[in-house]
Design a protein around this ligand. Structure first.
Ligand code: FRU
Length: 545
C-alpha cells in the first residue's frame, strides 16, 4: 500500500514485506555478516514463523537470501523459533533453536550448515536426533525457549542457558554439553528473579573491565564482568544487569542487588521500543554487536494495510562503561557513518522558551551529534541557596513530556516535525536538582505529538542518564522516516521510538532545536548529516564477486 509507504525506512533492516520479530543467530563467517530473523512469510502479523536470512559485508547494506529454516519436522511444526549460533574450536558452526512442536511443546533443536565451504550458508541441516532438549520436570511445556550462544567452561565443556519461569519467578536454566546432542542439566540456575515472569531470549556474555574491545563469549577471568539480559514477556522490556559469573557453580550474581535483572530499579538496554535483542562477538573486528527487534507502535490493522511490520535497530557495539563501571554503553556500529552525506555544523545559543528551525533541508534521514552546555551563571543562580527545589521525583515516563518546563530543561531537538510543529518528536535532556543538591540528568523522547494518527501508542520514554564531573551533555540521534534512535551521553541511556507522522514526511520533514527551560540559556554545538539510503535487496548472482 503506497499510502503508507513513507513509513518504510531507508537504512534499517526490514524484509521486503510481512512480519518480522527477533534477531536470530547473528554471526560473521567467511567475509559475510549473517543475520537470521523470526519471519512470517505469509502475513504482516505474527505466525507461521520461519527463519529469514540476509547477508552483509558491513552490517548496513543487506542482501536477502532464501529462507534458512522452515517448519518441516514434527519438532518445529508450529514454528522455527529463536536461537543462537556457536563457533566450535575448529571454526564450524552449530545453531541451537527452539521448535514449537506439533503439540505446541517448546523443545530445543540442533542445526548446522550443510556445506561449511559456502560463505552464504544457504542450506541448513537439522540434526536427525532432534529434539536435543525437552522441558525438564517442573517446567511448563510452553515456558522453555530461546537457547543462548554456548560458552566454554574451565572443564572444557560447552555451557548454554535457556529462559523459563516457575510461577512468577523468571529463571535461567543451565546445561553443559560436549557435542550439542546430549546435555546435562546443572542443579543450580544461572540466575532467578521473583515476580519478573517468563524470561525470553536470554543473553549472557563477558565484557572487559579495562579494554574497549569486545570479548568472545567464552572469555572469563579477573578482567571480566558478565552481563545477563532477559526479555520480559510480561512487559516487553529487555532488562540487563552486570555481575560476576562463577564457572564452577554455573551461577551469576549481580554487582548490586538493587540493579538486578528485570526489577524496576534495574537497567534497560533501551527505554523505548526495543525487544528480544541478541549480541554476537564479531571476531572480524573484535567487537560485540547488539541487534534488537523494533516492533510497531501503530495498530495491527495499519500493519496489515501497509503489508509489513517491524524493523531491526541499527546494530550497536556494546561495552562496559569503564568510567562508571555500572552500566553498558551502546553505540551505532562505525559502518553507520558510511551513510553520511553532506553535513552542516551549528553553534547556537538558545534562551529560555525558544524553538528554532535548523536549516538542513529535508530531515527524514538524519544523523545528529550534539553537545549542550548550560550557561554557568544561570546554573549558579539556579543552584544557589534554595532557589531551586529538589526534584527527586522526576521521571520521563510519568511526566507530561517536553512541554513541561523546569528551571534547567527540557532542551534538545524536535525531529520528524512539520513546519508548524503540529507533529514533532522531541528528544531531550531534562536536568533536575536532586535531594543531595546535585544535578541529576534525564534523557527522554516524547512521542505524544508525533502523529495525527489515532491508532498509535504515543508514550513519553526515557530515564536517568549518568553525567560525570566535567562532562558536557551529549546526544546522538538517528532519524529514519518512522524510527528515531537516541543515544544519551555516549550511549549510556538509549531510547528507540517508532513514530508515524502524517505531515512530517519526505521533503516536508523539518528539524528544530528547542530550549523549553524556564531559567537557563543553553549553548548547543552540533553537526547534522543527511543520511544515504542503504541498499537492502535480494541477493543476485552478481553479488558473489
Ligand atoms: C520473543 C519470542 C521468543 C520466541 C519467538 C517466537 O519475541 O516470543 O521467545 O522464540 O519470539 O517468534
Amino acid at each position: 500500500n503506497t499510502m503508507l509507504s513513507w513509513q518504510r525506512t531507508a537504512f534499517h533492516f526490514q524484509p521486503e514485506k510481512n512480519w518480522m520479530n527477533d534477531p536470530n543467530g547473528p554471526l560473521y563467517y567467511k567475509g559475510w555478516y549473517h543475520f537470521f530473523y523470526q519471519y512470517n512469510p505469509n502475513a504482516a502479523v505474527w505466525g507461521d514463523i520461519v527463519w529469514g536470512h540476509a547477508v552483509s559485508k558491513d552490517l548496513i547494506h543487506w542482501l536477502y537470501l532464501p529462507l534458512a529454516m522452515v517448519p518441516d519436522q514434527w519438532y518445529d511444526a508450529n514454528g522455527v523459533w529463536t536461537g543462537s549460533a556457536t563457533f566450535l574450536d575448529d571454526g564450524s558452526i552449530v545453531m541451537l533453536y527452539t521448535g514449537s512442536t506439533d503439540k505446541f511443546v517448546q523443545v530445543q533443536n540442533l542445526a548446522y550448515p550443510e556445506d561449511p565451504k559456502d560463505p552464504l550458508l544457504l542450506k541448513w541441516t537439522k540434526y536427525s536426533g532432534n529434539p536435543v532438549l525437552v522441558p525438564p520436570p517442573g517446567i511448563g511445556a510452553k515456558d522453555f525457549r530461546d537457547p543462548t550462544t554456548a560458552w566454554k567452561t574451565s572443564a572444557g565443556k560447552w555451557r548454554i542457558t535457556i529462559g523459563s519461569k516457575i510461577n512468577r519467578t523468571g529463571i535461567s536454566i543451565v546445561y553443559d554439553t560436549t557435542d550439542f546432542k546430549t546435555y546435562e542439566q546443572l542443579d543450580t540456575l544461572l540466575h532467578q528473579v521473583p515476580n519478573t515472569g517468563m524470561w525470553e531470549c536470554i543473553d549472557f556474555y563477558p565484557v572487559s573491565k579495562t579494554k574497549a574491545n569486545g570479548l568472545d563469549t567464552s572469555v572469563n577471568g579477573p578482567d571480566v564482568k558478565h552481563v545477563i539480559k532477559a526479555s520480559m514477556d510480561d512487559t516487553r522490556i529487555d532488562h540487563y544487569a552486570i555481575g560476576t559469573y562463577s564457572d564452577s557453580k554455573g551461577t551469576w550474581v549481580p554487582d548490586n542487588p538493587k540493579i538486578d535483572v528485570g526489577i524496576s530499579t534495574g537497567l534497560r538496554y533501551d527505554y523505548g521500543k526495543f525487544y528480544a535483542s541478541k549480541t554476537f562477538y564479531d571476531q572480524h573486528k573484535k567487537r560485540r554487536i547488539l541487534w534488537g527487534w523494533i516492533g510497531e507502535s501503530d495498530s495491527e490493522s495499519s500493519d496489515v494495510q501497509k503489508g509489513w511490520s517491524s524493523v531491526q535497530g541499527i546494530p550497536r557495539t556494546v561495552v562496559l562503561d569503564t568510567k562508571t563501571g555500572k552500566n553498558l554503553v551502546q553505540w551505532p556500529v562505525k559502518e553507520t557513518e558510511s551513510l553520511r552525506l553532506t553535513s552542516k555544523k551549528f553553534h547556537m545559543k538558545v534562551g529560555p522558551g525558544t524553538v528554532v528551525p535548523v536549516e538542513v533541508g529535508p530531515a527524514a534521514q538524519l544523523d545528529i551529534e550534539a553537545e549542550f552546555k548550560i550557561k554557568k551563571d544561570d546554573l549558579e543562580v539556579i543552584f544557589g541557596e534554595d532557589s531551586l527545589e529538589a526534584d527527586e521525583e522526576f521521571s520521563c515516563e510519568t511526566s507530561k513530556g517536553s512541554t513541561v518546563r523546569g528551571a534547567l530543561g527540557p532542551f534538545g531537538f524536535s525531529v520528524l516535525a512539520d513546519q508548524s510543529l503540529s507533529e514533532q518528536t522531541p528528544v531531550y535532556f531534562y536536568v533536575t536538582k536532586g535531594k543531595d543538591s546535585k544535578l541529576k540528568t534525564f534523557f527522554c523522547t516524547d512521542t505524544s505529538r508525533s502523529t495525527k494518527a489515532n491508532d498509535v501508542v504515543k508514550p513519553v520514554y526515557g530515564s536517568f542518564v549518568p553525567v560525570l564531573k566535567g562532562e558536557k551533555l551529549t546526544m546522538r540521534i538517528l532519524v529514519d522516516h518512522s524510527i528515531v534512535e537516541g543515544f544519551g551521553q555516549g550511549g549510556r541511556t538509549c531510547i528507540t521510538s517508532r513514530v508515524y507522522p502524517t505531515k512530517a514526511i519526505y521533503g516536508a520533514t523539518k528539524l528544530f532545536l528547542f530550549n523549553n527551560a524556564i531559567d537557563a540559556t543553553i549553548t548547543a554545538s552540533f553537526r547534522v548529516w543527511q543520511m544515504n539510503n542503504a541498499f537492502i535487496r535480494p541477493y543476485s548472482a552478481d553479488d558473489s564477486t
